[in-house]
Design a protein. Structure first.
Length: 413
């Protein structure tokens, strides 16, 4: 476009042309975002120019974020990708863009997971959109904001298409029945037990609390499967994503996979995205998430305790030690969770006189079918290589300490 033509456009039209040009030039090239933002800020001396830029950034942000939703992404995994790939300011700007886009929907137009993600964004950033963020800023602060938004838009525009796991915002929703009183009470008990397991300094108490939580999880899963078999509450398998935080993402993803496998779910880890997709019954997915976060806290605490002992002996924990520790912890925890789930299934079968094998097999088959539907070209990767024998032994010992068979009753606290 010739300069005369550009000058003939209203401020918003010029702003859009210049912002899109800056983003296009950045494709595949190393870009100084502050320089690009400074050029945009200085492109006009009009009083209305900053507001025009803010509106254009807001509109482009809405478009980019909506495209991300349509391509299968949700705020939690977008935020994780931003934090791992761009500056802290750009990650913050991305959260502002996402919060602004989701602000247009009523609660009735968002599923419970979208609502949870929107609440997380509201807790992370105070502004819902670029216009709010830019209000009252001076020239230099606006340049910093424009630079951050440009960088965030550049990343959002390059996100690949991934399987969609949740209805898009604004689409008609099927009400979930997970929140009925009985399920809510069960998960309140599970969450309370896991919280106690994380906070206690007593290994014996942690063992007992975690064991009781896994028993409740297994019983709840079996009850849900029996209800589905009776046709009272049949649900198709669903999917949810769990962000795997740095560091040691690979062994952490293996811990999640072990927990999923023990609880009738499947897991697919995408290292480039930094998250795992879980597939299973909605209740089982919730249980797996709860157990994963609790056991990760316990594993981290155990690793810290081992590290303090090693430090006193004049040894240091290397990265290979910690990697091997977590990988071995995951492997042993998986063995114990599966054994605990099998024990609970046998107990329930004896109590009810029901053959649970065909019931649970049908649930597993539905989960496998949904997994194949979402990931038709799924490939199996390698597990973490154990390169530190001391870390391997320490991880096994820590997993044994978190064993899931309580040896004494859990007392009231």
């Amino acid at each position: 476009m010739e300069q005369d033509e550009l000058n003939g456009l209203p401020p918003e039209g010029r702003a859009r042309y210049l912002v899109l040009g800056a983003l296009q030039r950045a494709r595949g090239a190393r870009t100084d975002w502050v320089d690009a933002a400074s050029d945009l800020e200085g492109a006009s001396n009009e009083t209305a120019w900053p507001a025009a830029l803010a509106r254009v950034f807001g509109e482009l942000g809405d478009d980019a974020v909506l495209r991300a939703w349509e391509w299968g992404w949700m705020p939690r995994e977008v935020s994780s990708t931003l934090k791992k790939s761009v500056s802290a300011e750009a990650a913050q700007a991305g959260a502002v863009l996402m919060r602004g886009q989701l602000a247009r929907y009523t609660e009735a137009e968002l599923s419970d997971r979208w609502l949870a993600h929107r609440d997380e964004l509201a807790a992370a950033v105070s502004d819902a959109g670029v216009a709010e963020a830019a209000a009252g800023l001076g020239r230099w602060d606006r340049i910093v904001l424009w630079a951050a938004v440009l960088e965030a838009l550049d990343l959002l525009g390059g996100l690949p298409k991934i399987p969609r796991v949740e209805p898009l915002p604004g689409t008609p929703l099927i009400a979930h029945r997970l929140g009925v009183a009985e399920s809510s009470r069960a998960y309140e008990r599970i969450r309370a037990l896991l919280a106690k397991a994380e906070s206690t300094d007593s290994d014996a108490e942690a063992e007992a609390f975690t064991a009781k939580a896994q028993e409740l999880i297994a019983r709840h899963s079996i009850n849900e499967a029996l209800l589905a078999e009776a046709g009272e509450e049949r649900r198709e398998p669903e999917a949810v994503r769990v962000v795997i935080e740095r560091p040691y993402e690979q062994p952490k993803s293996e811990l999640l996979a072990q927990i999923a496998d023990a609880n009738h779910c499947r897991s697919v880890y995408w290292p480039d995205g930094g998250f795992t997709t879980l597939i299973g019954d909605r209740g089982d997915l919730r249980s797996v998430e709860l157990l994963y976060h609790s056991l990760l806290v316990q594993a981290t605490a155990a690793m810290a305790r081992v590290g303090s002992v090693a430090a006193k002996r004049g040894k240091s924990q290397t990265r290979s030690f910690r990697q091997s520790f977590l990988a071995s912890f995951a492997m042993r925890i998986g063995e114990r969770l599966r054994a605990s789930a099998d024990d609970t299934a046998r107990e329930v079968a004896e109590e009810t006189g029901t053959d649970l094998v065909p019931v649970m097999r049908q649930r597993d088959e539905r989960v496998d079918a949904r997994t194949s539907e979402l990931f038709p070209r799924l490939k199996f990767g390698r597990s973490t290589r154990i390169t530190n024998y001391e870390g391997h032994l320490a991880g096994l010992a820590a997993a044994d300490a978190a064993r899931l068979h309580p040896q004494e009753p859990i007392g009231r606290r």
